[in-house]
Every structure is written in structure tokens, then in C-alpha cells.
Design a protein around this ligand. Structure first.
Ligand code: ZN
Length: 432
């Protein structure tokens, strides 16, 4: 990989200050910058469009906002875009402390932090401030000059998509979210790393599976994407949600909903190969866009490989998740780990039993011992005959061989040899 940390740094610095949300010009601007790294297409879905149980909201844009006392700005959107609750409606006027107070948000534990707050589906407004700013306003008599120069009107929701075909019609989804304003680990690191990852994958000539890579606003954007691409999504075998990949804390991964799926064992295998100490987070209904891709209609196994996972670090969803908190070195390492995981999974053989209706007569294919009693267990109390039977039982054309090896607790190489033998005997077909 020829990517330099300096290049990563340059993109981090350009993208960090942009005010992003679930809609708006900040998202378009960010995606245009990512187009320098990968030829993603920028798609627009009009406000008011119905997508499953949701409706695309009006588009939000903001140019300025502040709170001032006697002409002196105490809180200024131009200093930090986290100061304004995302999707705040326009406001202009003079307020008393009692009127202003319900619209102020502070962080309960971190005094110096500006918390991150949103109000996408409530017609509201607000400011997020440090404890010092809050105290200063509380002690002042006001009145407070409050301005939010925003617009909330019909427009569209913007997302990015890059589809890279493989030699098979099956695909992998890689999804990241672009809706967070100036926070570095969550999720500037993820949206940028995904662009580098797309570039790397596109330079590989031997991908078996295709890649469907999307940069969407979290939740609503993933729902839009599923609704508009329902048939394509059903051809996806597994996926990754890329988020929080460059923080200072621990590596970890959130398991996909089926803990036995190969994606989980391969992530662990790569961590172990790299001697990385990691934390495992079992699947949970909270989290990111795996909630949509793994929903009942799709049930795609989607995991996330993280470096300082969301929810887990103290600076999560605050202004302290800034450029000092992440490192391009960690981002580069996460990129390498993601590539290793995807390339290993791409090579996973998938077999299908040619005879799914009841058991075959093994002796007809010379697969049954002519003399009983000498089948010694090889691994995990399983003899070669047992392994043949398990393979015929499990090879349904969908379950990969790594998953089968993990389930049986037998080395991948051994299972693969037996599967190849069953193919020679024409009872299994290798379908991928
Ligand atoms: Zn977040």
C-alpha cells in the first residue's frame, strides 16, 4: 500500500471542519472531496420521499449562529460547529435566561467538552456549550442576543455510492456514515478510511465478490439505500459498517448477528495474526447501520472492526473527539486490517451438496469404510467419516468453509482437503 500518513492527514484536516448532518451542503462538499480518492457517484433523494416507514426530511443548511451579550459573542458556531444542535430551526431575537436555558446543553462529565446533540425530527433549536460558557451566561443578566442562521426547506438527502463488480454476482456491502459534524473518530475516520479502502479494492484485479460501498447519513440514509436497492441488497453475502477506526484506545469488533458467521472468525484470525489485543462486542440491537442491513428482510451478517468503538470512549460524541484524539497511523493500520479481512473472506470456498434430499449411500461413492471399527478420531473426536458427514450436512451453498471449520473446531486446511475429496467423488460442488 503506497498510501502515506501525510496524505491521510491532509484529508483529515480538509474534511474535519465541514458541518455535516443527515442532509445538506456539508455532505455534498465532503463527498466531492472523497471523489478525489474514488470515483463514487453522488446521489440525491428528494425531501418528502417515503422509504419504508420513514419520510426524507427537509434539507438543513446553516451558515452562522451565535449567542451574544452586549454585542460580545459567548458562543460562536464559527469556532465549533458542535455548538449548534443539528437541524436547529432559524432563530433571531433577544431572550432572557429563563427563555434561553431550556435550549442549552452541557456535558455532564466533561466540563471542557461541547456535547453533540441532534434534533432531526423535532422542530426545535438549541446550543451545546462548555460548562464555563454555561456558567458565564447564567451569571450574566442578559438579555441574550440569539441567532441561528439556518434554513430548513425541501431539498434532498445526499449519499455516495461506489459499486465494484467481482467475478461472481454476489456482493459485499461496506457502509459508513457521513452525518456527523466535526468529530474525528466518530466518524470522520470511518468515512475517510472507507474511501481509501474503496480505492485499494478497485486496484485489486482478482476480487471474486463485488463490493457495494456506500457513504450514507446514519439510519435514514441506510434505510433509503435499502429501500432503493432492495433486490441488489438481497444478493449481498456479508458486510462491514466502517466507524471509529483511528482513536487512541483499544481495537475491537462488534460481531454480526450470527456469531458463528465467518466474518467474525476471520476478524479474530486477523487480529491474532497481527498480535493485536482486542475486545469483542457481541451483537446488540443498538449500534450503527448493521441494524438496517441485518433487519428481517435482509439478515445480512454485518460486523464492525473498530479502534476505540463508539459508546466506549469518554470523548465519544463531544468536541474532545478532535484531531488530537485520532492518528493517521491508526487509520492506516485499520485500513490494512479491513483489507486483510475482506481479502481472506473473498477467498473463502463455498460448497453445495449435490444431493440435498436425504442422505446419500456413501459406499456407492467409495466414501464409507469397507471394514468398520478403524475410523480413529482426528480432531475434536471426529473421524474422517464424521467430517464427511458433517460437510454433507452443512454445505448448503450458503455456509462458507471457514464457518464450518469453526463450528467443528477443525483446521480450515483439513476441512478443505476433505471437501475437495467429496468434490472429486461428485457429491459436493464448489460454487465459489
Ligand atoms: Zn455517532
Amino acid at each position: 500500500m503506497s498510501l502515506s500518513e501525510a496524505e491521510i492527514d491532509r484529508y483529515i484536516k480538509r474534511l474535519f471542519p465541514i458541518c455535516r448532518s443527515i442532509t445538506g451542503n456539508g455532505n455534498r462538499e465532503s463527498l466531492k472531496i472523497l471523489q478525489e480518492l474514488v470515483p463514487l457517484s453522488i446521489k440525491e433523494v428528494p425531501s418528502g420521499s417515503r422509504v419504508y416507514d420513514w419520510v426524507i426530511p427537509d434539507e438543513w443548511n446553516i451558515s452562522d449562529a451565535w449567542i451574544a451579550i452586549n454585542g460580545n459573542k459567548i458562543v460562536d458556531f464559527k469556532e465549533n460547529n458542535l455548538h449548534v444542535v443539528s437541524y436547529s430551526k432559524p432563530v433571531e431575537g433577544y431572550l432572557t435566561w429563563d427563555e434561553l436555558r431550556p435550549h442549552l446543553h452541557i456535558h455532564t462529565n466533561l466540563k471542557d467538552a461541547i456535547p453533540y446533540r441532534t434534533s432531526y425530527y423535532e422542530n426545535n433549536w438549541g446550543f451545546c456549550v462548555t460548562s464555563a460558557q454555561f456558567q458565564k451566561m447564567k451569571e450574566s443578566k442578559g438579555p441574550f442576543e440569539v441567532t441561528i442562521d439556518s434554513t430548513l426547506k425541501p431539498g434532498s438527502l445526499t449519499y455516495g455510492e461506489y459499486v465494484l463488480p467481482g467475478t461472481s454476482s454476489e456482493e459485499v456491502i461496506i457502509s459508513t456514515y457521513i452525518c456527523h459534524p466535526s468529530m474525528a473518530n466518530d466518524n470522520l475516520s470511518g468515512m475517510l478510511m472507507t474511501a481509501f479502502l474503496a480505492g485499494e479494492l478497485s486496484r485489486q484485479s482478482n476480487n471474486k465478490l463485488g463490493y457495494r460501498i456506500v457513504w450514507v447519513p446514519e439510519t435514514i440514509g441506510a434505510i433509503v439505500y435499502c429501500a432503493l436497492n432492495e433486490e441488489d441488497i438481497k444478493r449481498i453475502r456479508y458486510g462491514l459498517v466502517v466507524t471509529c477506526v483511528a482513536g487512541t484506545g483499544k481495537y475491537g469488533y462488534k460481531q454480526s448477528y450470527d456469531a458463528s458467521h465467518s466474518i467474525n472468525s476471520v476478524i479474530e484470525e486477523i487480529f491474532e495474526k497481527e498480535n493485536i489485543d482486542f475486545q469483542t462486542y457481541p451483537f446488540d440491537i443498538h449500534g450503527s447501520d448493521e441494524r438496517q442491513y441485518s433487519s428481517q428482510a435482509f439478515r445480512i451478517n454485518v460486523a464492525s472492526l473498530t479502534k476505540d468503538k463508539y459508546y466506549e470512549y469518554p470523548y465519544y460524541h463531544t468536541s474532545l473527539d478532535d484531531l488530537k484524539f485520532i492518528s493517521s497511523r491508526y487509520l492506516k493500520k485499520s485500513l490494512d486490517l479491513h483489507l486483510q479481512v475482506l481479502n481472506k473472506l473473498d477467498k473463502e470456498p463455498v460448497y453445495k451438496n449435490r444431493f440435498p434430499h436425504c442422505e446419500i449411500m456413501l459406499s456407492k461413492y467409495d466414501l464409507y469404510p469397507k471394514v468398520g471399527g478403524h475410523q480413529l478420531p482426528e480432531y475434536n473426536n471426529l473421524s474422517e467419516l464424521d467430517l464427511r458427514l458433517w460437510l454433507l450436512w452443512l454445505c448448503d451453498g450458503n455456509t462458507g468453509l471457514y464457518q464450518i471449520a469453526r463450528k467443528l473446531d477443525v483446521p480450515q486446511e483439513r476441512i478443505e482437503l476433505i471437501a475437495q475429496h467429496l468434490c472429486e467423488k461428485k457429491v459436493l460442488d464448489r460454487i465459489r
